[in-house]
Write a protein of this length. Structure first.
Length: 173
């Protein structure tokens, strides 16, 4: 009877340990998406994506516990080649000088589903908050940033382009 009790306790502990298991996932660009939206002329919206990125997501007990990533600026795509070429130039994203956008989470509030961390664009590092939702095998992350916080000053076009950039990230796990 004592042996049976120990076996039952051991199986319960194994079940609890596997539930709290930590898993690290590499971000697969074929199964993920990085999108953005920004207003133009106050009435139009420019939608775009970055097609090249990588990173890691760590899940612990089914919840996000760490997120880091890199987005390669050269992969911007707004479905208009001329606009993409302009966005890659200086003073815009300046891909030759700043080829990578970096993100590293610092804290994750599981109750509010908020991820806090550091986003670096054009060597400007800022703390940002992102909301996070896990749906089946997908993580949806959204945030808004001010382009001016990241030194994205567009010269003569500055007044025609909105300051708020909406960012949406979808990751399959």
């Amino acid at each position: 009877m004592k042996t049976l009790s120990l076996v039952i306790i051991a199986f319960s502990l194994i079940g609890q340990l596997s539930f709290a298991q930590t898993k690290t996932y590499k971000i697969d660009p074929k199964r993920a998406r990085v999108e953005f939206k920004i207003s133009h002329l106050g009435v139009l919206t420019v939608n775009g994506v970055f097609t090249e990125f990588d990173g890691e997501v760590v899940l612990k007990g089914g919840k996000v516990s760490m997120l880091k990533g890199r987005v390669y600026v050269k992969s911007i795509n707004t479905n208009e080649d001329a606009r993409d070429k302009i966005l890659l130039s200086e003073p815009y994203l300046d891909e030759n000088t700043y080829p990578i956008i970096h993100y590293q989470s610092s804290t994750i509030d599981k109750a509010s589903k908020m991820i806090r961390g550091e986003l670096t664009i054009k060597n400007e590092k800022r703390s940002i908050e992102m909301s996070c939702e896990i749906l089946d095998n997908q993580i949806d992350i959204t945030t808004r940033i001010s382009r001016k916080d990241f030194n994205l000053d567009f010269g003569a076009m500055n007044g025609l382009i909105g300051d708020s950039i909406e960012i949406k990230i979808q990751l399959a796990i």
